[in-house]
Design a protein around this ligand. Structure first.
Ligand code: FES
Length: 110
């Protein structure tokens, strides 16, 4: 049985190492990022004032918002200066060169 919560978002080859891309499966604003070969998916808008995070920067696994420099762990979505704030994170998988995000599986990461 096909799990309809897994939604195709991008060809795997379109997201290079260190790259970020905004995607909008079923209208949900999600940021994809590839770090050390892993693909991470999290809220595309900053938890502060909603700036688009794909315009930010990544160093290691730290994503920095372009507007006011809030920093988030891309693995967990946690805001590094106040762990009670976080971005939703989503499961990802690659199948036949295509990237999928499980949109029903957004988590309040640990
Ligand atoms: S909107 Fe991202 S830090 Fe302010």
């Amino acid at each position: 049985m096909v799990d309809k919560n897994w939604v195709y978002v991008l060809d795997d080859a379109s997201l290079p190492e260190g790259g970020m891309s905004p995607v909008y499966p079923k209208g949900i604003n999600i940021l994809l990022a590839r770090v050390n070969g892993e693909v991470y998916a999290l809220d595309g808008k900053c938890a502060h004032m909603g700036c688009p995070l794909f315009c930010g920067s990544i160093v290691g696994t730290v994503l920095t918002c372009p507007c006011h420099d809030w920093r988030f762990d891309i693995k967990t979505g946690k805001f590094l200066d106040a762990a009670e704030l976080r971005l939703k994170v989503y499961k990802t998988r690659v199948e036949d060169g295509r990237l999928f995000v499980k949109i029903s599986a957004a988590t309040e990461a640990l």
